[in-house]
Design a protein around this ligand. Sequence first.
Ligand code: ATP
Ligand code: MG
Ligand code: MG
Length: 485
Amino acid sequence: MKRRVGGLETEYGLVCVRADGSRALEPEAAARELFRPVVAMGRSSNVFLRNAARLYLDVGSHPEYATAECDDWWELVAQDRAGDRIFADLAAQANACLAEDGQDARIHLLKNNVDSAGNAFGSHENYLVDRRGEFTRLPRYLLPFLVTRQIITGAGGVVRSAPEDGTASHRAAAATADGTAREADGARFVFSRRSDHMWEAVSSATTRTRPIINTRDEPHGDPTRFRRLHVIVGDSTMSAVSTHLRFATTDLVLRAIESGRALPELALHDDIAAIRAVSRDLAGTTPIPLADGGTTTAVEVQQRWLDHVSDLADESEQQTLQDWQRAIDAVRTGDRSWAAENLDWAIKERLFAQVAERRGVGLEDPAIERLDLAYHDIEPAQGVFHALRRRGLAPQGPADERIEAARTTAPTTTRAHLRGQVVTAAQEHGVDHVVDWTTLRLTRPGAMPVQVLDPFTTELPAVDALLEEIRSHGSGSPRSSMPFA
Ligand code: ATP
Ligand code: MG
Ligand code: MG
């Protein structure tokens, strides 16, 4: 597939704390506060917005934002960032209400994957693939790439391999003068904390077994032509460079697999053992057993794929190849100078080491865990990532105006454009409607649903008719909408 549609689902961590840091509201209650304006607008905590994204409250009180279908990965980054801003504004509004009530409570939304209790939640990538391609053949080639992709696009973090006992020896080995974090007795820096939460390579279940690739067959499109590949191994990434690389590199690898040509044979002996080992090996050189005998390394797998897909990249994808190579080199050579200002894991690696050294503590110190959470706080004034970004120490990402536009404007080159038009018109004219990824419908009795089964469709006479009907039959009074989405 030369042009591919994709979307990113982000589950946010939700905490509501008092000024002293203790828990103020249970997540359920905090989520209720957060979603008040959403429910007021859509009479539901599951709505599609004017930018054609889906905003909802998932089980387990995780607020979720699923971007509209994009066919350009920088557009996807902008749409994803727009989701952060929408939720940051919802949180600000909820916090203002809590303050008015005189409650000592503040909601924080964290774009991360593992909470302090060790629960993992997701950042799911969706890729449109052809039904005719051999879906069963995909994992053989895609899994080695995905297992090792964390050395490029992991969010970084600290895991504790032994129980904390707070002894001084923990501190000793924690931070080194060259700015890299080393293993302390009980804590070590890893590429991805999520790697420890993956339990299966391929499965149709998402929560019970946590596979790397989810094979649930829900194409959100014409089932005779399309499948939706659901990759659930990724970390939520704050850096626009990291998020962009997740999609841009995976897209290229999928294109190579679809091309039918001979591919790098790198099937791993044990994907789950490998993903944990790769996460812990900051030099990328740990031998990983191959299925057919012999070994490889994370750096080698990524380099083989990069070399293999280079000729498939067009002019606009040269930057992707360059960033990918720089990321591999950062691991291979240990020279983090580019990575530490561009990739989430390396930004954090440097930051944690600096803070640990300054405070004279080890990576197991609770201050580092708080810093990790604060890095992912989406509130621009509170979040550590955003503070670094403002100081030029993390990527700027899409221009401010582009992100602002993406709050209310759907991507124009996919069917999201149609959904966005319908939701916008229906809100402006106060017309009740229900939409999902494939269907657009007014709720009045007898209204016929319009199906858009091809994700590339951007014009459809039936949608024009629907828009006409909305404009002529609407009450004319705009449905109170969230001002910021
Ligand atoms: P759940 O969150 O309950 O697992 P789900 O996986 O269906 O459900 P949604 O949260 O509804 O996910 O998000 C679907 C994502 O897939 C969106 O980001 C959307 O843009 C994207 N998407 C929709 N249709 C397609 C498609 N045909 N191919 C690839 N991606 C798609
Ligand atoms: Mg979802
Ligand atoms: Mg999903």
